[in-house]
Structure formats: structure tokens, C-alpha cells
Design a protein around this ligand. Structure first.
Ligand code: NDP
Length: 327
């Protein structure tokens, strides 16, 4: 028997989440069973702990879009009992039961071996948010980061915190946009040299083009923020669009693309092929300083998750929440 956070939906469509005792035969069929050690809290987890928002296909459901742990049994020759593994993406925790559980059963294709230099807790301090931040930085590099500050929006959140630390460690000047002025010291400790108030971007005069300010941007916010940032990019600079914490609409014009050659790069962490996932994890273990990662972490247990799920949807979580599923 083992414990998991199980979300149920009643006849009126109301969801409830509770730590529940489960047995191995209840897990979905797949080729690798993992003793989960750590999972994390991402924005999507907030959605899946609550009403689902179309992400959860069937109830009862076990959320948790990422986890790290040790293989217990494997029908796939790539993995054997005792191997340390990490999972992000592939709709685990949405369409398939996820990591808010002491055991998980998943396809071998969805796993990667624990990256060199990281333990399972550190790998989940990075988690989906940090993995995505690395993919965003790699996409910016592929298109060339211009001189001048690189903007990170939603900087005090999960993606933003890791992107800030990686970019600063790579030697870029980083400007962090935050709606929480009290996080300024935290963002500076991660390497941001400039703190930009959310209103400064959102409430500027709304012209399609403004001053050429940013040499690149990792945007976790979308909506009005992304629209404004596009008009502030340097000529030929790129924005890696990661998220929609501030809205899914994009009230922008085509002018920044036509007159400034701005690139808008979409980042998807969910369906990344195995080779890309390995490459991103290798870069994380090389380019993300572990002391900065530690400064981002707040620990949690399975029973903390219903509240944390609500907090992350309100933009109230700072950095990365690491869930010790065995605590
Ligand atoms: P967090 O909640 O940790 O961070 C989001 C941050 O955005 C908040 O901390 C806040 O930062 C800022 N924010 C929140 N609401 C608003 C608002 N209304 N207007 C402006 N800024 C706001 O989430 P994550 O970092 O985990 O994820 C960020 C986004 O990226 C989410 O939309 C998530 O779904 C998406 N995502 C996408 C992935 C992909 O594969 N493309 C993978 C992982 C995440 P501050 O307080 O500093 O302003």
C-alpha cells in the first residue's frame, strides 16, 4: 500500500483532493513502476488539483506533472530496478496519473535517467518549470541573444526564478519583472541586476513600438505583458514565450515583427523528444548554480498540496515548491 493525493469529482462537478491509501494494482498499466521520491508544484498542477480546466480526462485522478525517484520494476530493457529517473511532460499528471504519489507507473519513453551531478531532490527543485526555463534559454541562444539586459517576466515564479539564475550565471545582465516588490532582494540574490515593476511594462503608453531595450526575453506571463514587451525588444532580438500566467490573449500588432525583425519563439516542454530532454538536463546541471537553486526551494508534503495548488494559481508561490511525497 502507498499514499497518493487523489482528486475526485462529485455529481455536481465539484472537485476535492485528499491524501488516500492506494494499492499497486490500482495504478495504470505501463512498463516502468517508480518509487517516487519528490515531485513539485507547477501552474498546471494548480489547475489539476482544482477543477481541471480540461486538463484532467478522468476522475479519480492523481496530479503531479513531474517526479524523480527510483525504478522498482521495469519491463523495458532501458531501465532496471534501482535506476534513478526523472519525468517531465507527456501529459503525466493530466491525462495519466502523476507524481503526487509514492508510486507511479509510466511509459519508459517518458523517463530520462537522473542527470549527472543532480540528486532526485535537486532534479525536482528544477522540475518542469526549471526544465522549461532551460529550453527557453537554449531557444534564445539558438537565435542569438543581443547585448543589453535580458528580460524575465513573472520573475519570482518558478520558470522566472530558474531563468533568472541561469541567464545571470551565463553572464547576461538580467532584468526581472515582478508584481511583488518584496521579492526584489530574492531576485537580486539569483543574479537579477534590475527589478522592473509589473505596472512599468503593463501601463506604459501603448504604442506598437517603444524604445529598443531588451536583448532577449523569457516570458512566463503572456497576455498584455507579452504584447508590450514585443514592442520593447532590440532589433532582431527574440522572446521565448513560455506561459500564460497573465492571460492567454495576445493584444499585439505585427509591427514589432515587420519593423524590428523580432522573433517570437514558442516553448513547449511537454512533447520534447528524448535527445532534447537529455541535452536540456545536461545544460541544467552545468549552468544552474546549486546554491541559487537551493535559495528558490520551499519544501512541502502531500497534505500541503490542496492549499499550494490554489496559491500558485493566484501567483502567490515564490520560486519552486519541492514535494517530499514520503514525508
Ligand atoms: P508560477 O505561478 O510559479 O509563476 C508565474 C509568475 O507570473 C507569478 O509568480 C507572477 O510573478 C507572475 N504573474 C502571475 N499572475 C500574473 C498576472 N496576472 N500578470 C502578470 N504577471 C503575473 O508559475 P510557473 O513559473 O510554474 O509557470 C509560469 C507559466 O508558464 C504558467 O502559465 C505555466 O502554465 C507555464 N508553463 C509552460 C510550460 C511549457 O511547456 N510551455 C512549462 C511550465 C510552465 P511575479 O509575482 O514575479 O510578478
Amino acid at each position: 500500500m502507498f499514499n497518493a493525493l487523489v482528486v475526485n469529482k462529485d455529481d455536481e462537478g465539484k472537485t476535492s483532493a485528499e491524501v488516500t491509501e492506494m494499492s499497486l494494482d490500482q495504478l495504470p498499466a505501463a512498463d516502468v513502476t517508480v518509487a517516487v521520491e519528490y515531485s513539485t508544484v507547477n501552474y498546471k498542477d494548480g489547475l489539476c488539483i482544482g477543477p481541471g480546466g480540461g486538463l484532467v480526462r478522468n476522475y479519480p485522478h492523481i496530479p503531479g506533472i513531474d517526479f524523480a525517484g527510483t525504478v522498482e520494476t521495469s519491463d523495458d530493457p532501458r531501465y532496471k530496478a534501482g535506476d534513478k529517473v526523472v519525468l517531465t511532460g507527456w501529459r503525466v499528471g493530466e491525462a495519466h496519473w502523476g507524481g503526487y504519489s509514492q508510486k507511479a507507473r509510466v511509459k519508459a519513453d517518458w523517463l530520462v535517467p537522473l542527470p549527472n551531478g543532480l540528486d532526485t531532490r535537486q532534479a525536482m527543485a528544477v522540475g518542469t518549470a526549471g526544465f522549461t526555463a532551460m529550453l527557453a534559454v537554449m531557444a534564445l541562444e539558438d537565435h542569438g541573444i543581443k547585448s543589453g539586459p535580458v528580460l524575465v517576466t513573472g520573475a519570482a515564479g518558478g520558470v522566472g526564478s530558474v531563468a533568472t539564475a541561469i541567464l545571470a550565471n551565463l553572464g547576461h545582465e538580467v532584468a526581472g519583472v515582478t508584481g511583488r516588490p518584496e521579492t526584489a532582494d530574492y531576485l537580486k540574490s539569483l543574479g537579477a541586476t534590475q527589478i522592473v515593476a509589473r505596472e512599468e511594462i503593463n501601463e506604459t503608453v501603448k504604442r506598437p513600438l517603444e524604445g529598443e531595450t531588451w536583448g532577449g526575453c523569457v516570458d512566463a506571463v503572456g497576455g498584455e505583458m507579452l504584447a508590450r514587451v514585443l514592442g520593447q525588444m532590440q532589433y532582431g532580438a527574440s522572446v521565448a514565450a513560455v506561459g500564460l500566467a497573465g492571460g492567454a490573449g495576445l493584444p499585439a500588432t505585427v509591427i514589432p515583427f515587420l519593423l524590428r525583425g523580432v522573433n517570437l519563439l514558442g516553448i513547449d516542454s511537454v512533447m520534447q523528444p528524448y535527445e532534447n530532454r537529455l541535452r536540456a538536463w545536461e545544460r541544467i546541471s552545468k549552468d544552474l548554480p546549486m546554491d541559487k537553486l537551493e535559495a528558490m526551494v520551499q519544501p512541502a508534503t502531500l497534505s500541503d498540496l490542496p492549499k499550494l495548488g490554489k496559491d500558485i494559481l493566484k501567483g502567490q508561490v515564490k520560486g519552486r515548491v519541492v514535494v517530499d511525497v514520503n514525508a
